[in-house]
Design a protein around this ligand. Structure first.
Ligand SMILES: [Fe+2]
Length: 561
């Protein structure tokens, strides 16, 4: 074959299809700092520098890439490519939209069906741009997900002259360049072909910091980052657009100045490759190319209406089919769980967990860790109480704020009923290394007879402080339970595994949960165990009591207290 075509000059722009062009346009103006440069065929063209566009927004559903614009330097290069594609039996197709800002073009599809437009002659726009804190320098790159990695890499190499910059374990990911930028195209192995994200280049770290502040002010979540990628060495943050596309804002991308000496690296498939600072994986929805809407709290939205700070959460779990979980919205910025009545099953120790909202990220404990929320609980529906149990017994239906360490199985918990509060420290073997599938006898609860009015809001906070370790013996860990800022319980302990696998095991990362629980059957002390008055032979009993629990202002923090 002839020498591969080598004249793609740059990634010019990406054209995105969105269901609401006006809403998307406002977002890219206000949040990303782009300006409208043109309109045509209901499409909006936007720019960040003197070039006619770095982004085009086309109306349509489903959201995703409409086409990708690659630029060649002149008409000759375009004709060379036309011949080259013909020689390679690549079918070209006519451009189906009128394009106001660029010259001649060739359109064709890559092995994943993505429409590629190679064009020449992008217009310049003379008018100065308004000042903006967040304006990118240029369009950066696009990252595709593909079930055809080898074929795709071969196509971008042979047909368009992209060179491999780096890979992950051979075929899991490939970054390719057409100019000194380490990557203009990236490919991630996946079951389904789609765009994962597209990136705009930001001037430097300082400017990226302004972007983060700007996003925070405008209530747009950062779904991953800030961080630094291994391949490309670039700083990154990822955020969703209103249609659910994922945008990357990036800086300090590695420049390959010397093609002759550059050696691609094959990176290991470990979290530290994608996030060299913290080794955190992106959230699950990121890996499915789902940016999610900002009003979807589970995407990690930092603020939904007033009163919300940080809650990175992603999984609802309603174990009881009667449980109704309501996510916060702009008019009611609260999590709420309603359970009209409970089904109790004494044979299943885990049955006491009725509904749970669990963070999908874990937070490092660092030098200490705190999780807090305001919580209000109403117990109701006691008319059908068949055994005359005290409806204020918190064991019979309580709202909880809890933190869980999946590594050790440690759980610290506030359980709050009508008027009474329990503070617990438990360990669940289910997630611990010696998993047996049962609750281990590590419970350590205390019933605090705190008088609270039914339905009243109180602020609950859990603190964990890891003890300093000696050479041969572990230092004691400490936990505190605070209600309205006052310490109501404090515990110190040394955690070891039984049988010991290592001399010390400490929680390293917590996830936060909000949930409703009943009964603590297996807690072997005077305050837990069987609830007096309840049928001792019950196996599956409908009990009339229900609970409505509400949480707001959920926060976490790290550091010493
Ligand atoms: Fe990227």
């Amino acid at each position: 074959m002839d020498k591969p075509f080598q004249q793609i000059k740059r990634l010019g722009y990406v054209a995105i299809q969105v269901p609401d062009v006006d809403r998307a346009t406002r977002f890219y103006e206000e949040i990303i700092g782009l300006e409208i440069s043109d309109r045509s065929d209901n499409a909006v063209y936007m720019r960040c520098n003197e070039s006619h566009r770095c982004l085009a927004l086309f109306p349509g559903e489903p959201r995703g890439m409409h086409h990708l614009g690659l630029e060649v330097s002149d008409k000759n290069a375009l004709e060379t490519l036309r011949t080259h594609l013909r020689d390679m039996d690549v079918n070209t197709e006519p451009r189906t939209w009128s394009d106001p800002g660029i010259g001649d073009a060739i359109c064709f599809r890559d092995p994943n069906g993505s429409l590629i437009e190679v064009y020449e002659g992008m217009k310049s726009v003379d008018q100065p741009l308004r000042a903006s804190a967040t304006r990118p320098l240029k369009f950066g790159h696009v990252t595709f997900m593909t079930p055809r990695m080898t074929e795709s890499v071969t196509f971008y190499h042979d047909a368009l002259g992209f060179r491999i910059s780096d890979t992950v374990e051979g075929e899991l990911a490939t970054w390719m360049r057409c100019n000194p930028d380490h990557h203009g195209i990236a490919l991630l192995a996946a079951a389904k072909a789609c765009v994962n994200h597209y990136a705009f280049d930001i001037e430097n770290w300082e400017r990226l910091k302004h972007c983060c502040d700007h996003l925070h002010r405008h209530k747009v979540p950062i779904i991953y980052g800030p961080g630094r990628h291994g391949p490309g060495n670039n700083l990154f943050i990822y955020l969703p657009d209103p249609a659910g596309n994922i945008i990357e804002l990036t800086s300090e991308l590695l420049q390959v100045r010397d093609e002759a000496s550059y050696q691609p690296q094959d990176w290991p498939n470990v979290p530290r490759s994608v996030d060299v600072w913290r080794a955190l994986m992106p959230p699950g929805h990121f890996l499915e190319a789902e940016g999610r809407d900002f009003n979807d709290w589970s995407a990690g939205s930092p603020v939904i209406g007033s009163g919300w700070n940080v809650m990175q959460a992603g999984e609802f779990m309603a174990m009881d089919p009667a449980a109704k979980i309501t996510a916060p919205n702009e008019t009611l910025p609260e999590f709420k769980i309603d359970i009209p009545k409970f089904t109790l099953a004494s044979k299943d120790a885990l049955d006491h967990a009725k509904a749970m909202i669990l963070s999908d990220r874990t937070f490092p404990t660092g030098d200490g860790f705190s999780a807090s929320a305001e919580m209000a609980v109403v117990v109701n529906g006691t008319d059908d109480n068949p055994f005359g149990v005290d409806p204020n017994d918190p064991r019979l239906g309580s709202s909880a704020l809890l933190v869980i360490d999946d590594c050790t199985g440690l759980v610290m918990n506030f359980e709050v009923s009508n008027r009474r509060v329990m503070a617990l420290r438990e360990r669940f073997a289910i997630a611990a290394p010696e998993a047996t599938g049962s609750v281990q006898p590590f419970a350590d609860l205390s019933l605090i007879d705190l008088q609270i009015e039914p339905g009243s809001w109180h602020h609950y906070e859990l603190r964990y402080l890891p003890g300093a370790d000696e050479l041969l013996s572990p230092g004691p860990d400490r936990a505190q339970w605070l209600v309205d800022g006052n310490v109501v319980r404090e515990v110190e302990w040394v955690t070891t595994l039984q049988p010991p696998r290592a001399p010390i095991i400490k929680p390293i990362r917590f996830r936060i949960g909000l949930g409703i629980f009943t009964l603590l059957d297996d807690v072997p002390d005077g305050q837990g165990g069987m609830i007096s008055g309840l049928d001792p032979d019950y196996e599956q009993t409908i009990f009339g009591q229900g609970v409505t629990a509400r949480w707001r202002n959920v926060q976490f923090g790290t550091g010493l207290f």
